[in-house]
Design a protein around this ligand. Structure first.
Ligand code: MG
Length: 390
């Protein structure tokens, strides 16, 4: 890639999307935004289009397309639905996928199949569609640069290893521990949506913030790391690091451990994924080591945060099990955010859904869509039963 890089941003109105727009708007001589896409927030999307002048804007929810046509600047092509996302996924040097949840799968596959760089913030697509994504990565030009901070850290650390993943003995993903670190199961029986959304170190969207409170986010990240770096499940560990300064460790085969440290600011991984292999010259904060005092590392309390082991189990099962885990979790988190079930039900819904999983291979997109739908059906039935029982 040389000269000005073209960029598509999918999920541009969400938490990662708006931070990406901020980074891109500050680097106009390096990047040209050619397409923006959002799930349904057409007002915010049109406003971004007026500021950045992309060729295309797309809204995933086709019912909102008339509204977007009215609001978008003249001369901007307006698209919608799956077809719109397919166009956006194939039309830039860098496709930044910050869609929320399984909905990001089409964009992940579309970008790779078009031979683009995928700057990936949507871990669910990688977890659900693992075998398909792995195949698409071999398309000439296709590459994934992760935006998830832990995986971005691993990606940076791996640059010190001449043989990449082959030089890795293990990686250790750090977790902040979320808002409920140190609590017992009893203490967590009646936490509210507001409690779960009060993350101590990161400002993020509601889905991932709830995932951080259950530590399912870390479980999903283990599966994400396996797909990204071609590692075995037993090479991936998780620890709690409440300061969120060390974003992960990579232990190499000679015993040397490399870590990446920075303040918890997602603009750094966003800029890294856009600029790689170069670096943005914009510093996103600087660690004051005289103030830092301590970098604590502690084990995950797996008795309280059972979602981590559910993810490991899904990874060991392979096939469509990670897809089921992620789909069931999306249903459970949505039910919790809608105040239909308590926080403790999230782990139960995922666990009980996984009890119904029968081994399935994922060979094509239809298999992934079927697996996701099956998992959601089971999870929704379990949510409804819990609602009735409450
Ligand atoms: Mg992360």
């Amino acid at each position: 890639m040389s000269g000005v890089r073209t960029v598509s941003v999918v999920g541009s109105t969400g938490s990662i999307g708006t931070q990406a727009i901020e980074v891109l708007a500050g680097e106009r001589e390096r990047f040209r935004v050619v397409a923006l896409a959002a799930g349904s927030s057409v007002g915010a999307l049109a406003e971004q289009a007026r500021a950045l002048g992309p060729e295309v804007v797309a809204v995933a929810d086709s019912r909102r397309v008339a509204e977007l046509r009215d609001a978008a600047p003249r001369g901007t092509e307006v698209l919608c639905g799956d077809e719109g996302l397919d166009v956006v996924a194939g039309m830039a040097d860098v496709v930044l996928n910050a869609a929320v949840g399984f909905a990001g799968l089409r964009v992940t596959l579309g970008a790779l199949q078009a031979g683009r760089r995928l700057a990936l913030a949507n871990k669910e697509s990688l977890i659900a569609g693992g075998p398909l994504v792995a195949r698409s990565k071999s398309v000439p030009g296709a590459e994934i640069v992760p935006i998830d901070s832990e995986h971005c850290a691993v990606h940076q650390c791996l640059r010190t290893a001449s043989r990449g993943s082959a030089d890795v003995s293990r990686i250790v993903l750090t977790a902040s521990g979320g808002p409920f670190r140190g609590r017992s199961r009893d203490e967590l029986a009646c936490v509210s949506v507001e409690d779960a959304l009060a993350h101590p170190t990161w400002q993020m969207g509601p889905k991932i913030t709830v995932d951080s409170s259950t530590l399912m986010n870390k479980g999903l990240e283990v599966l994400e790391a396996r797909e990204l770096f071609d590692l075995r499940m037993d090479q991936i560990e998780v620890v709690v690091h409440p300061q969120s300064i060390v974003h992960s460790f990579v232990e190499l085969i000679d015993g040397a451990t490399i870590a990446q440290l920075s303040l918890p600011d997602m603009r750094l991984p966003i800029g890294y994924a856009l600029m790689y292999p170069e670096r943005l010259a914009t510093p996103f904060g600087s660690i004051d080591f005289s103030e830092l005092r301590r970098l604590e590392i502690e084990p995950v309390d797996r008795k309280v945060f059972g979602c981590v082991d559910l993810a490991y189990e899904a990874g060991r099962l392979g096939g469509a099990a990670p897809c089921w885990l992620s789909g069931a979790n999306e249903v459970a988190v949505a039910a919790f955010l809608a105040r239909r079930v308590p926080w403790t039900a999230i782990e139960q819904v995922v666990s009980e859904t996984m009890d119904s999983y029968e081994p399935v291979e994922l060979n094509e997109l239809a298999d992934v869509l079927d697996a996701d739908a099956a998992a959601r059906r089971h999870a929704e039935m379990i949510v409804a039963a819990k609602e009735r029982a409450a």
